[in-house]
Design a protein. Structure first.
Length: 314
């Protein structure tokens, strides 16, 4: 590609910068998605393991406490033994703590809170209307009253029914939270994998573009430099980024200057050869021109000398 007037090739920096920017943005997006996904997944897992599951376990403990209370009250009613009262008091002391854990978690969940409150109300009715009066009354087989017993069974069945509804909603919340945590984690992994694949595509495309716009012109320029050592008429094609084109043009200018210098040197050598020939011819001509009159003068002088000798002889 030859540089034409008005063209404005990009520099190497302008060629590399967009690719680097795209790669940096992609890495930033991957990092952001990974961080957000991990945070959301961690929150879901924390809510499941530190909030929901302990509350669900505490709700089961509430039923266990009420069951222990019912068993202790029944044991007192049948035997009148003081040990049954001790078991009753211990279970009664545990119950409020478990109920508080359940209520604290359910406070942010209106449907769950409604069922928890209904369960607490049923437990309170059973305690007030049956369990407390029964353990305060004398115990033993002779104190058995069918009406009171049936009332206690009816109230405790209401407790069981309320707990069953509460436990079912707790189980649903646990499954939802577990599914949400799993989905968030999978979505994070999938998004990062997809963006990583996209990153490879971007890197591959940028690499091909950089090879076409930067690397190949440089390799071609290197080849021209080696060819110039063998063939002085070879010239580089100014293509690629601005810096590479400038180097190609400078290399061509240098080659042209060397050609002109070489041509000037050949011309000077020829002129010297012509001057040397002209000098030799000049010297020969001058020598010839000078030799003829000198020979004539020499002959004349010899003749005069001979005549003079003859004159002087006796």
């Amino acid at each position: 590609m030859v540089v034409t007037e008005g063209s404005s090739p990009r520099t190497v920096a302008r060629t590399l910068t967009p690719a680097l920017h795209r790669l940096a943005v992609l890495i930033g997006v991957i990092a952001l998605i990974a961080i957000v996904g991990v945070v959301l997944s961690t929150r879901a897992v924390d809510d499941l393991t530190e909030g929901l599951q302990p509350a669900s376990v505490a709700n089961q403990a509430v039923l266990q406490d009420l069951t222990d209370l019912e068993s202790a009250a029944g044991a007192w009613a049948r035997s009148g033994e003081p040990g049954a009262l001790d078991d009753y008091q211990q279970a009664l002391a545990r119950l409020p703590g478990h109920q508080q854990v359940v209520a604290q978690y359910a406070a942010a969940d209106a449907p769950l809170m409604a069922l928890v409150q209904a369960q607490r109300d049923a437990a309170e009715r059973w305690l007030v209307d049956y369990a407390q009066p029964r353990v305060q009354a004398p115990g033993g087989a002779e104190t058995f009253q069918l009406r009171r017993y049936r009332q206690g069974q009816r109230l405790f069945e209401q407790v069981r029914a309320a707990h069953q509804e509460t436990a079912a909603l707790f189980g649903s919340r646990v499954r939802e939270a577990s599914a949400a945590a799993t989905w968030r984690l999978r979505a994070t992994i999938g998004s990062v994998a997809l963006l990583t694949l996209l990153g490879w595509l971007v890197v591959g495309r940028s690499r091909a573009r950089l090879l076409a716009e930067v690397s190949r012109p440089l390799v071609a320029l290197e080849g021209v430099v080696h060819q110039m050592a063998k063939d002085p008429t070879v010239r580089a094609r100014p293509e690629g980024p601005r810096e590479v084109r400038s180097v190609a043009l400078a290399l061509n200018d240098l080659a042209d200057a060397q050609s002109r210098a070489r041509a000037g040197g050949d011309k000077g050598t020829e002129e010297l050869r012509v001057l040397d020939t002209a000098r030799d011819d000049f010297v020969s001509n001058v020598s010839h021109e000078l030799r003829t009159p000198l020979t004539t003068i020499h002959g004349y002088l010899e003749m005069v000398a001979e005549e003079f000798e003859d004159t002087m002889s006796p």
